[in-house]
Design a protein around this ligand. Structure first.
Ligand code: PGA
Length: 252
């Protein structure tokens, strides 16, 4: 089995003024100054990308965005392209987050177009999948997640290895209710089995799958200790230096 480097990403969502965001990024940079064996990514809102990019320049911390459009330019009022994100030294982009799927109508097909556009510009997509509470209770959650994975990643060919997946059960996001390590591991292993079918065992073993949904310092270590959980996508707990840094350390 290939050793996968853990990756912890902070999804700041629509939070933080410029000065508060700079404080947060500076605090994280101070605490994580020494190289650690975890990939750390900060995903602030668009308004903070430039400031955070400047702060983390020359460090091991990488920059990510929370969304992008699939076209490279043109008349798409209010949208941002992959090339624009690269201009700001973004390395990652979160795609298909459940909030975008639920509130902004993003389908697997939309996510797929964005994934392809991100890869074409050398941005690493963090592709989010996950079931709602109803879907979990129905028992058919793995089938639903499988469809999300297959359709969101359709036709990406040789670029498969560049993808990161994030399993985020919708019922665990921002609710304080985390999937148990066993529940999360079950789905992560299921996703890896789907990836094996699509891309073969070697590629599937190399792809990192983050867990997201109410990850906190108190539960991070146990979650990250599961064999198929390769780090976390952190929302609420990423807005505070101490809790985010503790979560990163739990991945070491
Ligand atoms: P949460 O959010 O950690 O606040 O639950 C996770 C996410 O939405 O990525």
């Amino acid at each position: 089995m290939k050793l996968r480097k853990k990756i912890v990403a902070g999804n700041w969502k629509m939070n933080k003024s410029i000065s508060d965001g700079q404080d947060l990024a500076n605090g994280i940079k101070r605490e994580l100054a020494e190289n650690c064996d975890v990939d750390v990514v900060l995903c602030p809102p668009f308004t903070l990308l430039k400031s955070v990019s400047d702060i983390i320049d020359m460090t091991q911390i990488r920059l990510g965005a929370q969304n992008m459009h699939w076209e490279s330019d043109g008349a798409y009022t209010g949208e941002i392209s992959a090339g624009m994100l690269r201009d700001l030294f973004c390395h990652y982009v979160i795609l298909g987050h459940s909030e975008r799927r639920a509130m902004f109508g993003e389908t697997n097909q939309v996510v797929n177009r964005k994934v392809k556009a991100a890869l074409a510009r050398n941005l690493t997509p963090i592709v989010c999948v996950g079931e709602t509470l109803e879907e979990r209770d129905s028992g058919a959650y793995m089938k639903i997640i499988e469809t999300q994975v297959r359709e969101s990643l359709e036709g990406i060919g040789d670029d498969f290895e560049k993808i990161i997946l994030a399993y985020e059960p919708v019922w665990a996001i921002g609710t304080g209710r985390t999937a148990s390590p066993e529940q999360a591991q079950e789905v992560h292993a299921g996703i890896r089995a789907v990836l094996t079918e699509i891309a073969g065992k070697d590629v599937a073993e190399a792809i990192r799958i983050q867990y997201g949904g109410s990850v906190k310092p108190a539960n991070a270590r146990e979650l990250f200790g599961q064999p198929d959980i390769d780090g976390g996508l952190i929302g609420g707990a990423a807005l505070d230096v101490r809790s985010f840094v503790e979560i990163v350390r739990a991945a070491i």
